[in-house]
Every structure is written in structure tokens, then in C-alpha cells.
Ligand binder design. Structure first.
Ligand code: KG4
Ligand code: ZN
Length: 360
């Protein structure tokens, strides 16, 4: 990795329009810029991301965000060694907006172009932030993804398991909705949970009786809904303390399932350099503490990149492009945008489709 490489990354697969410039030289990688414009307010009235609104917003903002990323980085298109763009999985209108812009820029400037899998971006981030070596185990836990990946190389991922229905972030968001808390639900539920009793409600720990590390989170929200409705039927409503206890009990169930399944995933993975996490749910302190305990027990380092790089961003896409260049993978403008794109083609397809788009 001796030569300086500077890549522009573009990400528009969900509800963040993002662009970043990452440079890699002898001293390691440096994120020269990482710009993002979110769309929370545009979708706020609809209870989820509306694909058509997302696609239009991406198309309107991408050029501005790319320009801001170049300006902040202090580079021009002439300084770039290539462009990497998210080519899937995700909401196809948004993905296409990014891919078309990247294709245009690459063609106009004769730059190498990489169509990057969004999940590969997440999965390779711990190498950008912490420089860890292959192979490592990655747990992706966000509003749209939930899977264990054994990361063996820049383009070698083995999925060991994942959710068969909702992602945990979705479950947090639905819980918040059922209890009248703000969106995104994860942080709101966490705050309530801090003041609640995690043992008051015995919520299910689904699929623990099934071997391996697949997970299920959709039944949890049904259990929570029942518990809430029982309280309402008994007392005519729920108190603030009831709500805190519901949140704490829900959070305990999610954390415990993630921890137990992580233990199993580590056993399946064999020798690894670390357990790394990515995704918004990895910000949850209870989840994090339980995963750290699992890692300590297994004597495996726990790596959690800073939250802004754990959630959707374009630096991870630029970095995935750099990783591909270093691995000798040839760039190609000849890729297709894909709404679904499993990282591991050999693993059985995951069921369900998250509110933020299809799961890979
Ligand atoms: O990775 P992310 O920003 O976006 C994608 O889903 O791609 O993750 C967002 C998800 C939301 O569902 C949000 O409720 C959840 O992560 N989240 C949390 C916390 N912060 C964000 N869940 C639990 N605890 C948190 N502190
Ligand atoms: Zn993501």
C-alpha cells in the first residue's frame, strides 16, 4: 500500500445523500472529507422512507454534495485516482441517481469506476478506522441490516447468519411508535430504558432454540404490543414507569439475542482478529456492553468504529474502492445497479424487506 490513492465515494442507497474523499498513502488512510445530507424531515409524515421521494431528493442534491466533498477535501476531479459508488443493495431510484452521476464523472474524466456493494462498505470500515487485519467477524445491526459476516478479504465475505425478518433498528423504531416516542426510535427507547426495569416483562428471545446464528425480531414487537394492550385494558392506560419498563425489557431481549448469537457466530467463524460492529443499533450502550462482555469471554478484541462511520456514509464507499484497487480487482464501468445484492452469493436468501429497503 505504498502509492497515494485518492478516491471519491458516492452513497445514495437509502435516505442519506453522501459523498466523501478518502486518501490512502504510506501513513495509512485519511478521510479528507465526508459530507451527507439526510432526508428525515422529507419522510417524517409517512412513517418510513418513501422510495420516490428519496430518489428525487438524491437526484436534486447529489451534485451539490459531491462538490462540497471535493471542496472540503481541497481536491479537484483532476486529483482523483478513481470513483466508487454504491451500486446496491438499496432503494433502486436512489442507487441509480448515484450510479448515473458517478458514471458521468468517470466517463468525462477517464477515471476508473467501481460499483461497490453498500454492505461491503460497512463491512470494510473497521480497516479504515482501526486498521484491523483479515479475517474478522462483522455484526451489522441497523435499521435495514442485521447479519454476521466473516470478512476474509476485500471481496470475500461469508454470511454466517442474519435476521429472517425485521432488523433490530426497525424493531426499536416500531417499539417507539407503539409507545408514542419520537423517531428514530432507538435513541428514544434507550433513554426510557435507562429508567426502567429490564426484568418486568418476559419478552421472547426468538430462535435461541435454533442452531446457528440466524435471528428474528418481528415477534418482539407483537409481544410488546400485547403487553401494552394488557396494561391499557387493566388500568385504562400506561404510566410513565410502565413505558420505561416496557422499553427496558424490550432492549434487554434484543441485547441478549444479539449477544448469544454473537457468541455462536464467533464459534462458527473460527480464528478471527476481532469482532467489529457497524450500524445505528451498535450505538446502544446496553447492546455494546453485552457484546463487549462476549468478546472478553472469547478473548477477541471488540472494534466499534465511531458512530458517524458506523452509520451510512460515503467514506466507507470510497474506502471499499481503495480496498478493491489494492486487492488488484479491476475497475469496471460495466456494472448494474441492484436493489438486492447479497455479499455472499452462496448463503441462502434472507427473508423480509426492511422499511428502508430490501435487505441483502
Ligand atoms: O445505520 P443506521 O443509521 O441506518 C440504517 O438503518 O441504514 O441505523 C439507524 C437505526 C434506526 O433504526 C435507529 O432507531 C437505530 O439505528 N438506532 C438505535 C440507536 N441509535 C440508532 N437503536 C438502538 N439504540 C440506539 N441508541
Ligand atoms: Zn447501511
Amino acid at each position: 500500500m505504498a502509492r497515494n490513492l485518492t478516491l471519491l465515494g458516492i452513497e445514495s442507497s437509502c435516505d442519506d445523500t453522501a459523498a466523501a474523499v478518502v486518501r490512502h498513502g504510506p501513513g495509512g488512510p485519511v478521510i479528507l472529507s465526508s459530507e451527507a445530507v439526510g432526508q428525515t424531515s422529507l419522510h417524517a409524515d409517512f412513517g418510513g422512507v418513501v422510495p420516490e421521494i428519496a430518489a428525487r431528493a438524491h437526484a436534486e442534491r447529489l451534485d451539490v454534495v459531491v462538490e462540497a466533498a471535493l471542496v472540503t477535501a481541497g481536491v479537484t476531479l483532476d486529483d482523483l485516482d478513481g470513483i466508487a459508488v454504491t451500486a446496491g443493495p438499496g432503494l433502486i431510484g436512489g442507487v441509480l441517481s448515484g450510479v448515473m452521476l458517478a458514471r458521468g464523472l468517470a466517463a468525462a474524466r477517464g477515471l476508473p469506476l467501481f460499483g461497490v456493494n453498500h454492505l461491503a462498505g460497512h463491512a470494510l470500515t473497521p480497516r479504515l478506522t482501526d486498521g484491523i487485519s483479515f479475517p474478522y467477524l462483522m455484526l451489522l445491526v441497523s435499521g435495514g441490516h442485521c447479519q454476521f459476516l466473516l470478512v476474509e478479504g476485500a471481496d470475500r465475505f461469508r454470511r454466517l447468519g442474519g435476521t429472517i425478518d425485521d432488523a433490530p433498528g426497525e424493531a426499536f423504531d416500531k417499539t417507539a411508535k407503539l409507545l408514542g416516542l419520537a423517531q428514530p426510535g432507538g435513541p428514544a427507547v434507550e433513554v426510557e430504558a435507562e429508567m426502567g426495569d429490564p426484568k418486568r416483562f418476559a419478552f421472547p428471545r426468538p430462535l435461541l432454540d435454533r442452531e446457528g446464528c440466524d435471528m428474528s425480531f418481528s415477534g418482539l414487537k407483537t409481544a410488546l404490543l400485547r403487553a401494552r394492550d394488557t396494561l391499557v385494558a387493566e388500568k385504562g392506560g400506561i404510566t410513565l414507569q410502565d413505558r420505561r419498563d416496557l422499553c427496558a425489557s424490550f432492549q434487554a431481549a434484543v441485547s441478549e439475542v444479539l449477544a448469544i448469537k454473537t457468541e455462536r457466530a464467533l464459534a462458527l467463524a473460527g480464528e478471527v482478529t476481532a469482532l467489529a460492529v457497524a450500524g445505528g443499533v451498535a450505538a446502544n450502550r446496553t447492546v455494546r456492553a453485552m457484546l463487549e462482555t462476549v468478546c472478553n469471554r472469547a478473548a477477541v478484541p471488540f472494534v466499534a468504529p465511531p458512530l458517524r462511520l458506523c452509520t451510512d456514509n460515503a467514506a466507507m464507499i470510497a474506502w471499499a474502492g481503495i480496498e478493491r484497487l489494492h486487492a488488484g480487482i479491476a475497475p469496471s464501468a460495466d456494472f448494474v445497479a441492484r436493489p438486492r445484492w447479497p455479499l455472499d452469493d452462496t448463503a441462502p436468501a434472507l427473508l423480509g424487506s426492511g422499511k428502508k429497503g430490501a435487505k441483502a
